[in-house]
Design a binder for this molecule. Sequence first.
Ligand SMILES: [Zn+2]
Ligand SMILES: [Zn+2]
Length: 263
Amino acid sequence: MTLRRSSSSLSYDLAWAAVRLGVAFVPVILFPSWITWIVAVLLALGVVFLIVAAFMYAYVAACPGCGERVHGLSVKVDCVGHQCPHCKRFVEVEGDKLVLTPPDRASDGPSFGVLLRGSPGELPDICCTCGAPSTRTRALTDTKANVSLDAPVCDNHEPSARLRKAAGRVRLDVASIRFAQALGERDGLALVGSGPYSEAPARVPWISGLGGITLTGLGFVLARQELPFKELFAGIAAGLGAFVLMHFVVGAGFLVRRRIVGD
Ligand SMILES: [Zn+2]
Ligand SMILES: [Zn+2]
């Protein structure tokens, strides 16, 4: 249960970062212009975050619940909200050890996720921020996900909770593990973690892959036309293509990571 550095996760993430850098710079290489340079810098900034995360979360440890390996851990932060991908229990880092998250943990932010099925109706009488008995509710809405609910809280807290769409489902994240577990058990809902690699899409976004390649191809077609500013138009098409292609590389990268690294 002691944390150790995982070379497989670090090498995978660095290779993934290299592919993403490649995608970021393809439009500049094909159609150099100020537009494609802006695209490259914007997309490369995202990759810098990935590289920092790769080094930060390059640790692995055996799950204290089931003994299987849990990747994506850090010795610098407590990792509250991380979930064992095998037994689905919440784990966290204490010193250099991986431990099960205690049932009364209230994290600093919404770290414990519940995947909702439609509107959950009345929620458990537990403060979603601290886990104490709730005394009132506060409205929580997500217009994108088209869900609203009354989040239970105690007298001392406002809801530390977030509603959002992830992998085609609506998820509710809360700071209190007690609340998340009570809701999950009551309605038979899956609990989800909030580690750096927990945002994998449900399936590979092939449409984005195809769309990115098509837009880049359109760049070549435009560059051959007798048009004023044709290089600029080609750069815009290829730049858009790079954004869409990046969506594919990121989504597919999460899923391949799960297979190869096992997280
Ligand atoms: Zn486990
Ligand atoms: Zn409270």
